[in-house]
Design a protein around this ligand. Structure first.
Ligand code: SF4
Length: 183
């Protein structure tokens, strides 16, 4: 009798207020990607051209929340992904974008678009299609429940690989010695 065909794990990923560095680290797992792609398939992700997140086993989110669209996408991922993972410092504590949190948003917008050296007649963008910025940058866990965190800026490819191999073997992700980093 033929062995049962194992269903591939469906994985969605996105970058909110992040720099895509965590996604680059994902690609750094190099040739192990071929092995991984035998076991998982990507849904919505910068690695595919799929725009809407479908029902997924795992959602991985890079970046924190700096605008209303980020919050919308995060809630969609939480609703559709059985396991949700925050990857990188920005997703876990706001990271570099949260450096703006000690300044007022109107002041930042004025400085960037109107009063910086070299700007003349600058206008603050107000097209209704632009997502509204939040007053502060927030980490993901302040808005939805997050199942696992992969710290680092970015986390190493080995840490990402370990999380996947743990999930695929049905265990709780455990980074263990040498894979947890905070820079
Ligand atoms: Fe970029 Fe670092 Fe933030 Fe990842 S944690 S999105 S690498 S700044």
């Amino acid at each position: 009798m033929d062995a049962p065909v194992r269903r591939k794990l469906k994985v969605a990923t996105t970058s909110l207020a992040g720099c895509f560095g965590c996604h680059m680290s994902f690609l750094d797992i190099d040739e192990r990607l071929f092995e991984l792609l035998e076991l998982i398939e990507f849904d919505r992700s910068p690695f595919t051209d799929i725009k809407e997140v479908g029902e997924c086993d795992v959602g991985i989110i890079e970046g924190g929340l700096c605008n209303a669209e980020n919050v919308h996408v995060l809630r969609e991922f939480r609703a559709r992904c059985r396991t949700l993972i925050a990857i990188g410092a920005c997703a876990i504590n706001g990271g570099l974008p949260a450096q703006r949190n000690h300044l007022s948003l109107p002041l930042i917008l004025q400085e960037v678009y109107q009063t910086s050296l070299g700007l003349a007649n600058g206008l603050i963008p107000n097209d209704p299609e632009l997502p509204l910025p939040l007053n502060k940058v927030h980490p993901l866990h302040e808005v939805v429940e997050i199942d696992y965190f992969i710290p680092g800026c970015p986390p190493s490819a080995d840490a990402i690989w370990k999380v996947f191999t743990d999930l695929l073997s049905g265990s709780q992700p455990d980074l263990g010695h040498g894979l947890i980093q905070y820079d």
